[in-house]
Unconditional design. Structure first.
Length: 366
């Protein structure tokens, strides 16, 4: 007997990493406010579900109804476990629409499961392209776009990317990016709640902030060594603290490669979203290999240097909030000097903070 999915258009929100929690939070909050029929599936992809619980608490979100607890592993292992887990949940709950966000293994697996069960898929932050197929994230986002019914693209450029791949225009909705919603909603809360600047004796505008976790930067011992040397050179050049919330994956690689965090670097544990928002908003400049951080710094009007050869957020380059660089000391110091010489009066290309509303309305109208 065939299962009939989504008679009442129940919405399943599938996520698995902290950036997904942050970017899905405006959607979850709106679904709850409207008393919509929905549930949340957490894959547990991001090492520790207990650490992720902090994000739900900070963002004042209910804990997910389902936790797949897949943990870390190879791309194949993670994807297979999430496929199995989401299939079990979708067959039990029978959603009419599955929402995924971004480019992780959770996104790809959730979308593939929904496609095979003939459930409509909505891809939040669709259409992003780095055009670097060596990055597993690029494979995930391309495949997810091509099985989705609703492509919620953040910008006109993202829309053009998927049009060039032959995707029908009636599937594409320009909504802006939900990170604008999240930053606007949470910045004042963060300012009232967080004392992280005092905790680390940091002054506004007088420190650099660094994040690094992507495999192309931390898996190669020599690139990781160069990055650490570059951060030491940055501290020596500007005599400012370099704050480095070290991702578990990066910390593990530093230890495995028998490297050390150099002097002048304030190595701290990963923070919650509210504390990280305060660190971003008050930094002189941010260095990162994270796509989400490129967006957040643009919204917050803080200069950004991206430690990658390509970016799927070219809008940040175009408006002048961001630049790309290699990871040698010479390359990074040049990029930092260039960005500090620019003003910060750029235009935010990621929307007006109503992306969640546009996404939910598009589903109901579609």
């Amino acid at each position: 007997m065939d299962i009939v999915y989504g008679v009442e258009r129940m919405i399943a929100v599938v996520l698995g990493t902290r950036p997904e929690i942050i970017k899905m939070s405006p959607i979850i909050r709106l679904l709850r406010e409207r008393q919509e029929d929905y549930f949340v599936v957490h894959s547990g992809q991001h090492y520790s579900y207990d650490m992720d619980k902090i994000f739900f608490e900070e963002l004042e979100l209910p804990l997910p109804e389902f936790n797949l607890a897949v943990g870390s592993g190879t791309h194949g292992e993670q994807t297979a476990k999430i496929l199995t887990g989401t299939e079990r949940v979708f067959k039990q709950e029978k959603p009419g629409v599955v929402l995924v966000q971004g480019d992780t293994n959770t996104v790809l697996a959730g979308a593939l499961t929904a496609a095979k069960l003939h459930i409509d898929i909505g891809h939040v932050e669709a259409g992003l392209r780095s055009y670097d197929r060596r990055m597993p994230e690029e494979i995930n986002r391309v495949l997810t776009d091509h099985v989705s019914k609703y492509l919620f693209v953040p910008t006109p450029e993202a829309k053009n990317n998927v049009l060039l791949e032959g995707i029908s225009t009636d599937k594409i909705h320009i909504t802006g990016n939900t990170i604008v919603d999240a930053v606007q909603h949470n910045l004042k809360i963060a300012e009232d709640k967080s004392g992280i600047l005092d905790d680390y004796c940091l002054k506004r505008g007088e420190y650099f902030l660094v994040t690094a976790h992507r495999q192309e930067n931390v898996d190669d011992k020599f690139r990781l060594r160069d990055l650490l040397k570059a951060l030491e050179a940055l501290h020596e050049e500007y005599s400012l603290p370099v704050v480095f919330p070290i991702h578990p994956r990066t910390r593990k690689r530093i230890s495995e490669c028998q490297l050390e965090v150099p002097r002048g670097i304030t190595a701290i544990q990963p923070t919650g979203f509210l504390e990280f928002l305060i660190l971003e908003a008050n930094a002189r400049l941010v260095l990162t290999d994270s796509g989400g951080v490129q967006e957040e710094t643009c919204i917050l009007r803080v200069p950004c240097v991206t430690l990658r050869e390509h970016t799927e957020r070219p809008e940040t380059i175009e408006v002048g909030s961001n630049t790309l660089t290699g990871i040698t000391p010479e390359e990074i110091l040049l990029a930092v000097g260039t960005m500090l010489g620019r003003g910060t009066n750029w235009t935010n290309p990621f929307g007006d903070g109503r992306a969640a509303q546009k996404i939910i309305d598009s589903i109901h109208n579609g």
